[in-house]
Design a protein around this ligand. Structure first.
Ligand code: DAH
Length: 346
């Protein structure tokens, strides 16, 4: 029996390196430990071994079994590894340049957002961020926008289901979550988190229940700006916006501030832009963004002393700026994923 087991092991060890595929392996395993396998037949011989030799024979058999199991294990691991390697193909060389035409490019809205950020960066503004899902307090109440304001209507804003309401930061008990309708909510988050002076812009995605057409999209992007310091005046607002517009649209661009209303600024304005370099829109006043001086009520809502702090704020649509800058006449081009359109901004 000793010789028989030794030859089973040596034959199996010699045969193992030739096993390369899974079916080969299964056949190999069956030849050894299947119902008619050589090891199985050797085990059957135990019955005929005299009683006094049984313990020694049993030990030999167990050792042989362990050796064969180990051999099967390492052979299977090698076969599986080879199979996986064959599936993956030859290893990639990560240092090779990408194949032609496969290079990605930034989306035009990303590029314009980055340009806007870099202009404000020159004036000392840093980028702040906030969540796209906001509670009503951050999106409206803290920004002095009362419950009766049309922006808070179901028709204008995406409200999350009633079961997601939160305990509420407002005095009116529990409040709903909304997909933020503007990035002005980041003003509040930033003022609560930091002490003035503050100079931030907040680029980000916004959501409104707009019917999609050439100038509206339910999902769009804004850049909000906020500057809080002592003695900030309208002159600062006009200078910041003037600088921004000239950097973005060229030195011949002009701005004008037209009185308007926003709950979070007082006074409030629409900023219009005019430039001789805007193609078919040249030399017409075009509405570009809302702006104003921070309403003292907003400062009170975040615990800033309105007697001490003053501020300016503005908010613009990234799509609007990109459309003016590049002469794009339909907002839907930005979201259609048509490479013929997107590649023009490479
Ligand atoms: N949040 C306004 C909107 O979405 C834009 C805006 C207007 C932002 C005036 C401001 C501002 O910061 O002062 O229409």
């Amino acid at each position: 029996m000793r010789e028989q087991l030794a030859s089973i092991i040596s034959e199996a060890t010699a045969a193992a390196p030739a096993i390369v595929t899974r079916p080969d392996f299964e056949a190999f395993k069956a030849r050894l430990s299947g119902p008619n396998g050589s090891l199985t037949s050797a085990m059957k011989l135990m019955a005929s071994v005299p009683k006094e030799e049984k313990p020694a024979a049993g030990r030999l058999l167990n050792e042989a079994k362990a050796a064969i199991e180990k051999l099967l294990e390492t052979t299977l691991a090698r076969v599986e590894h080879a199979e996986a390697a064959a599936r993956l193909g030859p290893p990639e060389d990560p240092t090779l340049p990408p194949p032609d035409d496969q290079e990605g490019l930034a989306h035009p809205l990303t590029k314009v957002r980055e340009e806007i950020a870099s202009v404000f960066h020159k004036l000392g503004f840093t980028v702040a961020e906030g969540p796209e899902i906001e509670s009503e307090w951050f999106c409206f109440d803290a920004l002095n926008t009362p419950a009766t304001h049309p922006a808070r209507d179901m028709q204008d804003t995406f409200f999350l289901p009633a079961q997601t309401r939160c305990a509420g930061t407002s005095k009116h008990g529990s409040e709903a979550y909304v997909l933020r309708s503007h990035t002005s909510s980041v003003q509040i988050r930033t003022m609560l988190a930091r002490k003035p002076p503050i100079r931030i812009i907040a680029p980000g995605r916004c959501f409104r229940r707009d019917t999609v057409d050439a100038t509206h999209s339910a999902n769009f992007h804004q850049v909000e700006g906020l500057w809080v310091d002592k003695g900030v005046t309208l002159r600062d607002l006009k200078s910041v916006l003037d600088f921004f517009v000239r950097e973005m649209f060229g030195n011949s661009a002009e701005i004008r501030l037209r009185p308007s209303f926003f709950p979070f600024t007082e006074p409030s304005f629409e900023m219009d832009l005019r430039s001789p370099d805007l193609g078919r829109l040249s030399n017409r006043w075009l509405e570009v963004m809302g702006c104003g001086l921070v309403n003292p009520k907003v400062f009170e809502n975040v615990g800033y002393d309105p007697g001490e702090w003053t501020g300016l704020a503005f908010g613009m649509g990234v799509e609007r700026i990109a459309m003016l800058l590049h002469g794009i006449d339909d907002i839907r081009h930005f979201y259609a994923n048509d490479l013929r359109f997107l590649r023009q901004f490479a």
